[in-house]
Write a protein that binds this ligand. Structure first.
Ligand SMILES: Cc1cc2nc3c(=O)[nH]c(=O)nc-3n(C[C@H](O)[C@H](O)[C@H](O)COP(=O)(O)OP(=O)(O)OC[C@H]3O[C@@H](n4cnc5c(N)ncnc54)[C@H](O)[C@@H]3O)c2cc1C
Length: 660
């Protein structure tokens, strides 16, 4: 997901990177506004008791659910919706961090619950890799490249599917496959290094052709432009305002539409003055002072102080960065927010150009899950028949080949690693599969999992390294995909997506127009389609600093039941489309909630992180090789991107190769 880079517009703005410290964070820092409370209609509203396949039957099963993740798909089906029984991408209900995937790590690694004696695996591997995300899969490729194709590798992952965040959702309806992105969206190819380009070349990924075959742009361009939907529960009436955006190019300025905003006249007037202003409130500052101000002042503080906005107007912007950052806008500095495309350049003597919003996306229809699939097909060719980058999205994958004795690379799912430590000549890895502890030995271990879990798993690491890993708390994200019977209500309304400043998910868009990887679902095709609800979860107002906010959001995401998510999407779709022939009872065919409580890697923020001298930043300390254990994952680069996950895999493997 692209983060804008408008900073070049800011006079004398320093290059993106370490920013001046902000020493008085809590006194004049962000004022947190709680997101609207999730309002629930009376339990079991009409339609909720319909026994459709989208129910999540094992949520709340806790430890009983360990190892049972694959059973959640054994559900009945809605009319016309078919689900192959043991194929993880087509499972609905709570996915992403699905029930059964995280409980063992929490109980045995984090909370230290005692384990019975693990059963020793007979196999000895050259490398055990913890985490089957893009980084773990790329690490397996680089390990073979650097140590030899005959090397034996075991990849362990706690989920029932490979790919980490790079997951896909499949819906089978009316005889056709509807693909949706379950986590990682697109390739930010303009940032690719030589290493990443080389791997993409090996996998046959042709960015130019991906670009040429995509009409998709989050519902904002193509046939339809920006829009904002104000909902009744938050704003008193349901109102869609087309043609404008709170965070968008000059042509989508809300100024001509402010009279229609269902907020108080006073708040509308504040917004009008704010958008109309043309001034440079920093004009009397030196270049250094200006830069210092932009990086050390909270954006919300700036909006209040220099923009004259009060709480009611500020609330509109509170979730504007949920999708792109996974946090509240109030956490960003002025520089970060303006860089994001939020309004305010006009207060510092600047203006943006329409072209700054052109979005050079390169997508597969299942997001970067296709990259994960290409990697798996490269590592375990038997899993699919002759899939390449032009067919990968629709190529059938036979999961029985993931973990075959005798094959040099094995991927073992539903296996949570709880302990890794050196023994005499090797490294011993304890993991839980099928609810039972097992142990495997290997020459090397590559930790390609989240860094914040590693201190619980690798007790022998130096304290400083463990603290640095624990520091890398991730930003939570969620992507709820809803298969609806027809896109016609959207067509009647004249939108392909909208932002919802008052709702739990800050935006939604139709998931079609990506015709790559052998998959075709054109933007205008009639019939069933997937609506993607996208964003993060606002923390409670009691969480006042960044880290407690991230933790609280993460916990809230896990605490909500499938029904909570379902109620939310039903309310939104009925409110938005109800006057155009949509009826949630009839028209929602399936729901898949992709929760990512550990989402984007921790990227350093102006207001919350210190300036670190080269080599001393937490991610640099966290990723130092320790004996025969190396550390990959996008956390190792403190950058939430697929290319970072790949680069860090390369660095981790190289660090092992150079030590032998
Ligand atoms: C919703 C979402 C959207 C995103 N969009 C984009 C985008 O558009 N473009 C982009 O470049 N990046 C995007 N990202 C960032 C994404 O994180 C990276 O691109 C990349 O997929 C990270 O890969 P990884 O292998 O480093 O980590 P992960 O994908 O997190 O993989 C690590 C794996 O290790 C597993 N693991 C953790 N602990 C254990 C344990 N104890 N035992 C076994 N396994 C364990 C995890 O469960 C996971 O499966 C997005 C992320 C999210 C969540």
């Amino acid at each position: 997901m692209l983060k804008r880079a408008l900073l070049h517009l800011l006079k004398n703005a320093p290059p993106i990177g370490p920013a001046p410290k902000w020493h008085a964070r809590l006194s004049s820092g962000p004022q947190f506004t709680e997101g609207p409370v999730l309002t629930k209609p009376p339990k079991t509203p009409s339609g909720l008791n319909i026994p459709i396949e989208r129910r999540d039957f094992i949520h709340g099963s806790g430890l009983l659910g360990l190892g049972l993740g694959l059973e959640s798909h054994a559900l009945s089906s809605t009319e016309g919706v078919l689900h192959p029984p043991t194929y993880p991408p087509s499972l609905t209900g709570l996915r992403g961090s699905h029930p059964g995937s995280f409980e063992a790590a929490h109980a045995f690694a984090r909370d230290g619950l005692a384990l019975a004696n693990p059963k020793q695996d007979v196999d000895h591997f050259d490398a055990v890799i913890v985490g089957a995300g893009i980084s773990g899969l790329a690490a397996a490729h680089y390990y073979r490249q650097q140590f030899g194709n005959d090397k034996r590798i075991l990849i362990l992952d706690n989920h029932d599917d490979f790919g980490g965040h790079a997951k896909r959702n499949e819906f089978h309806q009316g005889g056709r496959l509807h693909l949706a992105i379950g986590g990682t969206h697109n390739l930010e190819y303009w940032q690719f290094s030589h290493t990443v380009n080389e791997l993409m070349g090996l996998l046959g990924v042709d960015i130019k052709s991906l670009r040429a075959q995509s009409e998709f742009n989050y519902g904002r361009t193509g046939r339809h432009a920006h829009s904002i939907w104000f909902d009744r529960q938050t704003y008193g009436r349901d109102q869609l305002i087309k043609g404008c955006s709170l965070k968008g190019p000059p042509s989508a300025s809300p100024l001509p539409y402010l009279d229609q905003f269902p907020i108080s006249a006073a708040a509308r007037q504040e917004l009008r003055q704010f958008y109309e202003a043309k001034t440079d409130c920093l004009a009397d500052m030196t270049a250094d002072a200006r830069s210092d101000f932009l990086h050390s002042t909270s954006y919300f503080h700036f909006l209040r102080d220099k923009g004259g906005l009060g709480d009611e107007a500020l609330q509109l912007f509170a979730k504007a960065c949920h999708g792109s950052w996974g946090l509240e806008t109030a956490c960003l500095s002025v520089a970060e927010a303006l860089d994001e495309g939020l309004p305010g350049l006009n207060l510092v003597g600047e203006s943006a150009d329409e072209s700054d919003w052109s979005y050079p996306a390169a997508f597969f229809p299942d997001g970067n899950a296709s990259i994960a699939r290409l990697l798996v097909a490269h590592l375990i060719p038997k899993i699919t028949d002759q899939a390449d980058a032009t067919t990968i999205a629709t190529a059938p994958f036979d999961y029985q080949y993931l973990d075959q004795p005798g094959h040099p690379v094995r991927i073992r799912l539903l296996s949570t690693v709880t302990d890794v430590r050196h023994t005499d000549q090797s490294v011993s890895t304890t993991y839980i599969a099928d609810g039972k502890p097992r142990q495997v030995r290997s020459t090397h271990v590559i930790m390609a999992c989240y860094h914040s879990v590693i201190p619980y798993i690798c007790p022998e690491l130096p304290e400083r390294q463990k603290q640095a890993q624990a520091y890398q708390i991730k930003y939570p994200l969620m992507l709820t995909n809803v298969l609806i019977r027809s896109r016609q209500p959207f067509d009647l309304l004249g939108i392909d997506g909208t932002t919802c400043p008052g709702r739990m998910h800050a935006g939604l868009f139709l998931m079609n127009g990506i015709n790559t990887g052998g998959y075709r679902h054109h933007l205008t095709e009639p019939g069933a389609t997937v609506v993607a609800f996208w964003g993060s979860l606002s923390p409670p107002s009691t969480a006042v600093d960044l880290r407690s906010q991230l933790r609280a959001s993460r916990q809230r995401m896990l605490d909500l039941s499938f029904e909570d998510y379902e109620i939310e999407v039903r309310e939104v779709l009925n409110g938005l489309l109800g006057n155009h022939g949509f009826d949630a009872d009839r028209d929602i065919l399936a729901i898949t909630v992709n929760r990512w409580p550990h989402g984007y890697s921790h990227e350093y923020l102006d207001l919350w992180d210190d300036d670190y001298p080269a080599g001393q930043a937490p991610h640099e300390i966290a990723r130092a090789r320790y004996g025969q254990i190396a550390f990959a994952n996008s956390d190792a680069g403190a950058s939430a991107y697929t290319h970072t996950a790949i680069e860090e895999a390369f660095r981790a493997v190289t660090s092992l190769a150079s030590s032998t």
